[in-house]
Design a binder for this molecule. Structure first.
Ligand SMILES: Cc1cc2nc3c(=O)[nH]c(=O)nc-3n(C[C@H](O)[C@H](O)[C@H](O)COP(=O)(O)OP(=O)(O)OC[C@H]3O[C@@H](n4cnc5c(N)ncnc54)[C@H](O)[C@@H]3O)c2cc1C
Length: 341
């Protein structure tokens, strides 16, 4: 743990999604006496983080500036979730272990995941008889063991911990960083897709995702198929059925054509879903950026660390990236630099 006992250090964390909440908590754990405020226009239910199933299964587009950085984010994130999973807090925090299959009729590479294979305890090719578990025609498959963090539990849990230790929350929308200069010694920018406007970042693009929430408590295993089809069981018996991956779409409305296609594809690989009650539909815009931006910047003498652009993998990788952002922030606080970094 890094300690910096400075009563007057004022830190703003912009964003109350999984990245901002996790970064604020990690910063609080590192700088016990700092005054930390989370500033966001949307909390809990209204964030993109709430749409995610929250499974630890990175896509190949997820990366930092170097392979080593990406691997460190993955490992630090895995350790963070494992610590919660092994604690008595696991169910309060919405963290559970989940095993899963990924099948493909078309392509062997779809079933491999180099980022995940390095971290999770089990990732193996399926046996011949397992290929028939989800119907005929599957040629390739893998079986893996991973974790899932549901933000419906995790966000309130981490928020409670943060405020119990003196952390503050402020609901407001920022139009620029200018209003924060002279009020804060450091700003962590965890605004997800909001950074597109706040930082004028053209590399940040939404990837629209639509999902169905269906009550299916008998499902215990996650299943992935071709064409972004996935079924992820939940702690409360409500499974997440997906999905869509629409690049550069800003449409936040539920599309009935997408919903029908998702249901049809999911029922094809898990027919028992036909009798599941549908409890809701959700849409979110994944903040996609390659690489994910974790770096410091001086904006008119304001010390800012950016941590955004996690795409479809922000729940699982929030802790690793947030940990690096916190470290960069502490380094910036210690430095006296007034020039551009
Ligand atoms: C359908 C779908 C399924 C997904 N499944 C998974 C999954 O299984 N596993 C996984 O790891 N990830 C998944 N994701 C991705 C994950 O949801 C995102 O990567 C993650 O939520 C990003 O978190 P964030 O905190 O950066 O952004 P957000 O949750 O969007 O939070 C951004 C915060 O910044 C605030 N903000 C923005 N701009 C401003 C401003 N100008 N002023 C004040 N506040 C501002 C917002 O109000 C909000 O509080 C999925 C996403 C979707 C859409």
């Amino acid at each position: 743990m890094i300690k910096m006992d400075n009563n007057s250090t004022k830190i703003a964390v912009l964003g109350a999604g999984v990245v901002g909440m996790t970064a604020a908590k990690l910063m609080q754990d590192s700088l016990r006496n700092a005054e930390i405020t989370i500033i966001a226009d949307k909390f809990a239910e209204d964030t993109t983080s709430m749409v995610a199933a929250g499974i630890f299964r990175p896509g190949t587009s997820f990366r930092g500036r170097t392979k080593e950085i990406t691997q460190k984010w993955m490992r630090d994130s895995w350790d963070y979730w494992q610590d919660i999973l092994r604690s008595s807090e696991a169910s309060n925090a919405g963290v559970m272990q989940v095993d899963g299959y990924i099948f493909s009729k078309d392509n062997y590479h779809v079933t491999r995941n180099h980022l995940m294979e390095d971290v999770v305890p089990l990732y193996r090719p399926v046996e011949e008889n397992e290929l028939k578990l989800c119907g005929e025609g599957f040629k390739y498959g893998s079986y893996f063991s991973t974790i899932k963090a549901g933000c419906d539990c995790y966000l309130p849990w981490v928020e409670r911990k943060f405020t119990a230790q003196g952390g503050k929350l402020s609901k407001s929308k920022l139009e620029s960083f200018a209003s924060l200069t002279r009020k804060y010694d450091l700003v962590l920018n965890c605004t997800g897709l909001g950074a597109k406007y706040l930082c004028d970042d053209h590399d940040l693009v939404p990837i629209r995702g639509q999902i169905i929430k269906a009550r299916a408590p008998w499902l215990k295993t996650a299943i992935y198929g071709d064409y972004d089809t996935y079924i992820i069981p939940g702690m409360d018996g409500v499974a997440t059925l997906g999905g869509t991956r629409q690049y550069d779409s800003y449409n936040l409305n539920v599309c009935r054509h997408d919903a029908n296609a998702i249901l049809e594809r999911c029922c094809e690989i898990v027919p028992s879903l036909k009798k599941a009650d549908i409890v809701g539909h959700k849409v979110g815009l994944r903040p996609h950026r390659v690489p994910v931006r974790v770096e410091g910047e001086l904006i008119n003498s304001l010390k800012v660390v950016h941590c955004y652009g996690h795409g479809g993998y922000g729940v699982m990788c929030a802790p690793g990236t947030a940990l690096q952002a916190v470290q960069l922030g502490i380094d910036l606080l210690k430095s006296n630099t007034k020039n551009k970094i």
